[in-house]
Design a protein around this ligand. Structure first.
Ligand code: FAD
Length: 281
């Protein structure tokens, strides 16, 4: 029977934010029944891996929900990755989302892990019992020349040991369906969760879309135009749009939904309320 996965994503509070804000974000998710919550990883040479590990540990211990820790590698050497993996192990994470991370202006990569597949192969060798997740891009990663080329590289990540894929956000389900068909045709059989990011402001939609080459359907543009600076109405429309996307994805047998909560639990709760009956849990 089709039993779709439902997962959530949170991020560690910014360095200058009170530590307690993560508890507000997690407390606010009460009532949602995710299969796991993933915790993002700060990028660059000063990334604080202890924050990701600490929050993953809190999610598992205090909220009794499996946690997945993200890890980026472009600016790390093996020692730093080993350190992070040991911390994640102590936190008893259910898996690691292994990422390359973005190139940062003016900062030379360390040169050990040039692609996510290098990190995946390393984790697979060092900690063979750890479940490895990887990122995928329904509209192609911004640096790749074509979706086909990106899917070839995705296959390399799966062949290196990734067994679960989570997609970048997208607003047009048709693009996701085409991507899944192409990935399957390329021999990628790992479950692919669809990444859904609720609209919270026009600025964030346009910024994320420009950064990731995400297509914005006319209907979403009309919502942004209609509600403009009226944020409560725009967010309500965003909750509806995300709920519609999820409903359609589930009707089309998606393997799972990964909801980017952006530490805004109220939106996530409203979406869950709309779609929970479809998950049958
Ligand atoms: P890769 O898989 O290495 O791909 C990057 C580019 O290189 C692609 O264009 C790919 O086609 C190409 N490529 C891959 N392998 C090869 C190869 N062997 N030869 C030539 N080209 C190749 N960022 C953070 O900093 N912290 C986070 O916590 C975080 N979480 C994320 C969660 C999800 C679900 C997603 C989708 C993204 C996340 N990101 C995060 C962003 C991510 O770090 C960026 O998208 C980054 O630019 C690419 O990471 P990747 O792991 O997909 O890289």
């Amino acid at each position: 029977m089709h039993n779709p996965i439902f997962s959530l994503e949170v991020f560690p509070p910014k360095r200058d934010a009170p530590v307690g804000t993560i508890y507000d974000a997690l407390d606010g998710l009460e009532g949602i029944k995710p299969d796991f919550i993933s915790v993002t990883y700060g990028h660059g040479t000063h990334a604080d891996r202890t924050a990701t590990a600490r929050i993953a540990n809190t999610i598992r211990k205090e909220y009794q929900i499996p946690a997945v820790a993200h890890l980026t590698a472009l600016y790390s050497d093996k020692e730093r990755i080993d350190d992070a993996l040991n911390l994640f192990e102590e936190a008893k994470v259910s898996g690691v989302l292994a990422l390359r991370g973005d190139h940062l202006e003016g900062l030379e990569p360390v040169g050990v892990f040039d692609h996510a597949s290098d990190l995946i192969a390393y984790i697979h060798e060092r900690k063979p019992y750890l479940k490895i997740f990887a990122a995928c891009y329904p509209e192609g990663h911004i640096e790749s020349k074509s979706l086909d080329e990106d899917i070839e590289h995705l296959k390399t990540k799966v062949d290196a040991g990734a067994t679960h894929l989570i997609s970048q956000l997208f607003y047009d389900n048709e693009n996701f369906y085409e991507f899944v068909d192409k990935a399957r045709a390329a021999g990628i059989h790992a479950p692919i969760e669809a990444g859904i990011m609720p609209i919270t402001s026009a600025k964030s939609v346009y910024t994320m879309a420009a950064k990731n080459r995400t297509k914005i359907p006319k209907y979403v543009v009309s919502l942004l135009d209609k509600w403009g600076d009226d944020l409560p109405s725009l967010r309500a429309a965003g909750v509806n749009y995300a709920s519609q996307q999820i409903t359609d994805l589930l009707a089309n047998d998606v393997n799972g939904i990964h909801l980017y909560t952006m530490n805004r639990p109220a939106n996530a709760r409203r979406i869950w309320h709309n779609v929970e009956p479809l998950f049958g849990r």
